[in-house]
Structures are given as C-alpha cells and as structure tokens.
Write a protein that binds this ligand. Structure first.
Ligand code: XUL
Length: 510
C-alpha cells in the first residue's frame, strides 16, 4: 500500500447500509485506499430492520432506528482504525446520509423519540396540507423552500410528531437531520446542517440558506430554537471528538459539515458544473443536476436543493427504485443475469405494453395508493414484465425531469443497478443521451471523502478547485459509454408521450 501525504475519510449512511471510503492524496493525485460496507439488516439483526426500515403495520409509515445508525458509525470507526493505513495522516472526515430523516433529542441528548421517520414515509398528507395553507399556498412554499410540501420532508414530519405527542415534542431540545445527527456523534457536540440537506425540510429559504420564519412557525410552536444552525457545505465544524481519538487511536481530524446523499453524489460523479445530470439507481431512483440559479418546478414535481459547490441542484425522486426492480426479479425467480437476459430478449418499446411499478406509494408522480398497474401486459409474461419495469422507470425519469431545463446529452450513472449495462442501454435510448459508468460505485460515499479533501484544502489556505478534486476518482470512464440506438430513440419519443397520458389517466382514476 502506498503512503499518501494526506488521507480523507467519507461516510454514507444510506437507507440500507453504512459505507466508508478512505482516500489518499499525494502531490494532488487521489486514490482509494480502503472501503467497506455494513448492511444494517445483516450487521445489526438485533434492531429488526428489513432493508434498513423497521416493520410497520401502516404501509404509509416508514421509520428506522437512530441508535442503530450510531452503533454502525462506531463499529465503522473501529474498522477504519484497523484498516492498515497510517491514520496519523487522516486530515478530515465528512459524510452524507439518506435525506429527510429526522432525529429527536432532549437537552440531555437522550432520544425523545426512539425512532426516526425516513424518506420513504408518506404518512403526513394532512400536515402537508396544513403547512401549505398556513404559508399561503403551494406556490409560495415552493418558491421559498424549493419544494411544495412533501410528506417525507422533515417539516411535515415534525408537525406530525408535535400533534401526536406534544409532551415529547416540548421535551425535545434539538431536531437533527440524519446527516447533522451523525456529524454530531463524530464531534461529540451539536453539529450544524448544510444547505444541501437543510433544503429537504420545507423549512429553509433556499436562496438565503436560512430558516424561513413563516414555514418554521407554520410547522410547530417553538420550533426555531430546536433547529440546528445552517452553515455552508464546505465548513470545518470542529475536530474528531477526544473520545474517538483515544478509543481508536485516531488523530484530531477536521470534521466537515455532512450533507444529503444526493448532493454528495453530485461530487462523487464529478458533477461540479451544470449541463449534465446524474441518474442514481439506488433504493430511490433520482435524476439530479447542478443549477446556477434556483428554478422551481412550476408543476410541483421535483425540488431545488443546495449543491455542495454552493450552487443549486435540481432533483426528481422516485420511491420505487431498486426495491421495485428486486420485486419483479424475485416474483419470477430470476437472478440479475436472468433479469438482463429478459431485457435482451424483448423488443424496444415492449410492443406498447406498460407497467406502473407503484409497489409502494410513489413520490413522482404523487401516488398515495400503492399498487402495480399494467397496461396490455399479462402478469405471467416474465420477460415482458422485466422490460416493463425498466422502461417504466426510465420513461418516468425522463418525463419528470424535463422541468430542470437541462438539455440531457450525457448522463452520469450511479447506484447498484448502474452496473447493469442492459439497464443503461434502455436509459440511453429513452433519454437519447450517452450514459457513463464510474470507477467507484458508491458515489455518495466517495463524494463525502472528496468533500472532506476540498474543505480541508480550503481551510489550510491551499484550495484545490473542484475540477481537480473530482479529476482522478470521479471522472466518467470513457470506455464505459453506452450510446443510444437511433431507431430505439424514435420508438421511445412516441412511447414517452403515451406513457405520460396513461399515467395521467391512472392518477385521475385514483
Ligand atoms: C431525496 C430522497 C432520497 C433519499 C434516499 O429527496 O428522498 O433520494 O435521499 O437516500
């Protein structure tokens, strides 16, 4: 193993696992030194999660365990300490987490709520309506906070908690997002939030990067004092707590503000300027890109979040991502090779047959009542259903990301399913864009390590420009390019319209 001058550690606390990546930087060149993934279900069975989520009788409720995330972080620190790299060179640590999840703490830092609602939760329809009405309508809320009210966003979730358990709410001194909660664990003190994650709350003024008082007041009484401070993404927020230094022999590394997984993924796929998009095929499927100015979606789909570069990011989020693909695969007893074979053996456009893979309530479009819908497709047609789920996801992503106004010529693909080139071929054909893969699969986690480097260099009065930070590890692999096929592009241009019409009809009938 080489001996880099400086090391940087990045974490990603996602829905299903905690990951860590350690990078080394020598004379401006970066390399990955070590990485590790801990899947929550297998590593921490005592918490009883399934795909990282606690079982719930109500299909709209999706919560997880903050105590599990802390345990994972501590175990990961132990692994980092024992990974064989000289840790005296560790200069800075950052991280990211699944967005929107909120953690509730008393003044003694004990949990005032043992569970955390996460991004998959859709149980706050009523609270969304109340907040929207109080601030003067969806357009006003979207204009200020970057999004109309969304059920998974922390603001509506906080309101629901306040209404359900006012006493516990009053006893709550601090409400963190998962990112700032885990950063606090590393600091051994209360950590601030960055705008990339703060913008996923329906509480922050996205242009000013400050809490927006009308939304804070509309959400719950006395909320302002319970919210963390907001600091720029590249802020040094302290050093690794003495407790971790002595327990694991780690140095007083700088802690850089944590962010949301989607903004971190922008860095981890080299998207530090506008003009391209990243499509992430993970537990959630997302389409995101950098925006120079905040342009809110007039249709009320999608969000404007803060970007790690200090710009804005446009993003559209789909709940039925990898778990929907897995459900189709499992329903027909396939493995991923069989899934790919089905894609290859079926015609582009699937003979005009559609699936709407709403296994869970969908975010985009807003589908509160789950249930898979098929148009012209028999449920027992194995390859037809495999093609249908992939085409549906790609057409929905292409249709519902048009509002960002980014002419998509090139897509940076990440997330587990981005390893599957048959899936990427459908993506290229539907979007009519070249699709690229990346050397490091976990772009959110890599983004954390790169953000740590970027912020540490800036704080050391030796700034490294973003294009240099992403050059070695987050550049698309030229040889991985998947290009669109002309005839398939024409087929999808027509099919996308028909898919959108069918989607509108189905939603109208809900
Ligand atoms: C973003 C969102 C998801 C989670 C997944 O708005 O809800 O992408 O961040 O971890």
């Amino acid at each position: 193993m080489s001996h880099p001058q400086r090391c940087y550690l990045g974490f990603d606390s996602s829905t299903q696992s905690l990951s860590a990546i350690l990078i080394g930087v020598t004379a401006g060149r970066a390399e990955v030194l070590w990485q590790h993934v801990m899947p929550f279900d297998e590593a921490f069975p005592e918490f009883g999660t399934v795909h990282g989520v606690l079982p719930s009788v109500d299909p709209l409720v999706r919560v997880s365990s903050p105590a599990m995330w802390v345990k994972a972080l501590e175990q990961m620190l132990a692994r980092v300490a024992g990974c064989g790299v000289d840790m005296s060179r560790l200069c800075a640590i950052s991280g990211c987490a699944q967005q929107h999840g909120s953690v509730y703490l008393g003044s003694d830092e004990a949990y005032t709520r043992s569970v955390s609602p996460i991004w998959m939760d859709s149980s706050t329809r009523e609270e969304c309506a109340e907040i929207t009405a109080t601030v003067g309508g969806a357009a006003v809320l979207a204009q200020r906070t970057g999004s109309r009210a969304y059920e998974r966003f922390a603001g509506p979730q906080i309101r629901k908690f306040y209404k359900a358990d006012p006493q516990a709410y009053v006893g709550t001194a601090r409400i963190h997002l998962i990112s700032s909660f885990l950063a606090s664990q590393l600091l051994g003190a209360d950590a601030p939030l960055d705008p990339g994650d703060g913008s996923g709350m329906n509480l922050m003024d996205v242009a000013a990067n400050e809490w927006w008082p009308p939304a804070v007041d509309a959400t719950a009484p006395g909320l302002f004092s319970k919210l963390p401070r907001i600091v720029p993404s590249a802020s040094v927020i302290g050093t690794l707590a003495p407790r971790w230094q002595s327990k694991y022999g780690l140095p007083p590394a700088r802690i850089i503000a944590w962010t949301g997984d989607n903004s971190s993924s922008l860095v981890g796929t080299g998207l530090v300027t506008d003009g391209h998009v990243v499509v992430s095929l993970g537990t959630s499927d997302t389409v995101a890109g950098i925006m120079r100015e905040s342009r809110v979606d007039p249709g009320g789909i999608g969000h404007v979040f803060g970007a790690p570069t200090g710009d804005f990011m446009g993003i559209t989020v789909f709940k039925n991502g990898s778990l929907a693909r897995e459900r189709v695969r499992d329903a027909y007893g396939l493995d991923w090779a069989g899934f790919s074979e089905s894609l290859r053996s079926t015609p582009t456009g699937n003979l005009g047959r559609f699936m709407f893979p709403w296994f869970d309530p969908e975010i985009t479009p807003d589908v509160p009542v789950p249930g898979v819908r098929r148009v012209g497709l028999e449920p027992d047609d194995v390859p037809g259903n495999v093609r249908a789920v992939v085409e549906a996801q790609m057409m929905a992503m292409a249709n519902h990301s048009r509002w960002m106004g980014v002419g998509v010529r090139r897509i940076h693909a990440t997330g587990g399913a981005a390893a599957n080139r048959d899936v990427l071929q459908v993506m290229a054909n539907v979007f009519d864009a070249d699709v690229y893969q990346f050397p490091v699969g976990n772009s959110a986690c890599l983004g954390s390590a790169l953000r740590a480097w970027h912020a540490d260099a800036a704080a050391s009065a030796d700034p490294v420009p973003w294009p240099e930070v992403v050059r070695d590890l987050a550049a698309p692999l030229a040889a991985s390019r998947v290009s669109p096929h002309e005839s398939a592009v024409a087929t999808y241009a027509d099919l996308r319209k028909r898919y959108a019409e069918a989607e509108g009809r189905l939603r109208g009938a809900l």
